[in-house]
Design a protein. Structure first.
Length: 476
């Protein structure tokens, strides 16, 4: 069989070595280094998983210790909305905290632990639809976080290098960097921008448990996972069973999602490109949103058809409207110009619209990444509404809030070439603040734009490119 390793993107050369920013505050490895008891246990699990790719672990539950549960509690979001028990993070830890953890630990070890149903909350999506979010009770979050760390000790040795979503030491920007390098530095002329329709809602529980069983043979852990999946939901007082899907918003759902996609997609597509691709193929996945880049369009067409069949086996399907194979890359502009086919299409990945361009100085290809217009419009709309609600608060308090919002926006969208969109966001937010301040009272209407500019200069930072060029950070 022809060796395809040289065709893989730099991200994939050292799948166990690539480091990036983390999505969750602490990793299993960090916890291992802090707690003496889990240190020896989870450390050995990680080494065993690294040493033997197919070994099954049949004695894992004892790694969930009171110390690990305590660390899990400390790692939770302290400002998170309460679950069905209406218990806050602070309230859970105020009285009888260690007694609570001791009881919880005993229930887990004796198989008597039963998670509560998730509280369902609906949030709006950019396309006008709504997405269901499941909010767990504090104790359930603690158990899920502890189990995530145990799973990470195993699966971080298995997951492939092109998987970036919800993994330790990785972030959206490392996925964006990998895609940038593949398109600008490799033989890429076509891109498949793919999305799985309703992925979290469609996950088959039986398949998920079978996938977990590939590495974990501990029946108590499998039963614990099953209880989490079957806990049900509470939708405004109505109790509903969960026969399929996993609740977005729960601590463990990203891990479950990555396990499903590892077996259903990642391993399969990695083998496909090695066995069937005629040219170079590069993959970048963040959760259920992924991009596959091709040297030849035939490879893209064949893989798309095969991928639809592959996902169908597990009850999943590609999102027709959000999945498209387009001509894209260094040669797309010139090739389409010769055919009089117009400009190359664009695609959106992780909040950025990617388009083909060229530098003004030398005309060389440039991958442009701009803040997606729909994302920008939605964010500005949210800020306008919040600014009006906060208009009676102290001006300094409003300024601190707006500053944190804008800095957070710049920290994510501040990539090279996107300054114009950052400036537009800042301008719209400042004008929204100006309108809100003028609505405080009749006297406030005397505030003019000249005075407002002084206020903006004092509190609101200018647009800033935070991230280096992907080639600089990626190769480091």
């Amino acid at each position: 069989m022809k060796n395809k390793q040289t065709n893989f993107a730099p991200a994939e050369y050292g799948e166990r070595r690539v480091l990036a920013a983390r999505n969750t505050p602490q990793t299993a490895e960090a916890i291992i280094q802090r707690i003496e008891t889990p240190l020896s246990g989870l450390g050995r699990v990680r080494k065993a998983a690294r040493r033997k790719e197919r070994v099954q672990f049949n004695n894992l539950l004892h790694h969930i210790t009171p110390d690990l549960l305590r660390e899990a509690y400390m790692n939770l979001n302290r400002q998170a909305v309460s679950g069905l028990d209406e218990e806050s993070w602070k309230g859970y830890g105020e009285q009888g905290f260690f007694e609570h953890l001791s009881r919880l630990h005993t229930q887990i070890q004796q198989g008597r632990y039963q998670p509560q149903p998730s509280k369902r909350v609906w949030i709006s999506k950019p396309d006008g639809n709504e997405r269901a979010i499941g909010i767990r009770a504090v104790e359930d979050k603690i158990v899920e976080q502890a189990l995530v760390w145990v799973f990470e000790a195993i699966y971080e040795e298995d997951f492939l290098g092109f998987s970036y979503g919800f993994r330790p030491e990785r972030s959206q920007h490392h996925a964006l960097d990998a895609l940038y390098v593949a398109i600008t530095c490799k033989k890429v002329s076509w891109v498949l921008d793919a999305n799985i329709r309703g992925f979290f809602d469609k996950i088959d529980h039986e398949w998920l448990l079978r996938f977990i069983g590939e590495r974990i043979a501990d029946k108590r852990v499998l039963e614990l996972c099953k209880k989490m999946l079957k806990a049900g939901v509470d939708d405004k007082g109505q109790r509903l069973k969960t026969e399929a899907g996993i609740a977005q918003g729960s601590v463990i759902s990203p891990m479950f999602a990555n396990i499903v996609l590892h077996y259903a997609l990642d391993q399969w597509v990695n083998q496909w490109r090695g066995r069937h691709a005629r040219g170079e193929v590069y993959i970048v996945r963040y959760a259920d949103d992924f991009v596959i880049a091709f040297q030849y369009p035939e490879d893209g067409k064949h893989l798309k058809r095969a991928l639809e069949q592959r996902l169908g086996k597990f009850g999943l399907a590609l999102h027709r409207e959000k999945t498209k194979l387009i001509e894209f890359g260094r040669f797309a502009i010139e090739d389409r110009r010769k055919r009089r086919a117009g400009k190359p299409e664009t695609f959106t990945f992780l909040g950025f619209t990617h388009s083909c361009g060229s530098r003004k100085k030398d005309g060389k290809f440039m991958l442009r990444r701009k803040t997606n217009k729909e994302k920008l419009r939605k964010k500005v709309k949210e800020i306008v509404q919040q600014a009006m609600k906060k208009r009676f608060e102290r001006v300094k308090d409003q300024a601190r809030w707006l500053r944190s919002v804008i800095v957070g926006h710049f920290n994510y969208y501040g990539v090279p070439g996107n300054r114009q969109a950052l400036d537009a966001f800042r301008t719209q937010v400042c004008r929204a603040w100006f309108r809100a301040l003028r609505r405080r009272s009749q006297k406030a209407r005397k505030l003019n734009w000249l005075k407002m500019q002084k206020l903006i200069k004092a509190f609101i930072p200018s647009a800033k490119i935070v991230h280096p060029y992907p080639t600089q950070r990626f190769y480091v």
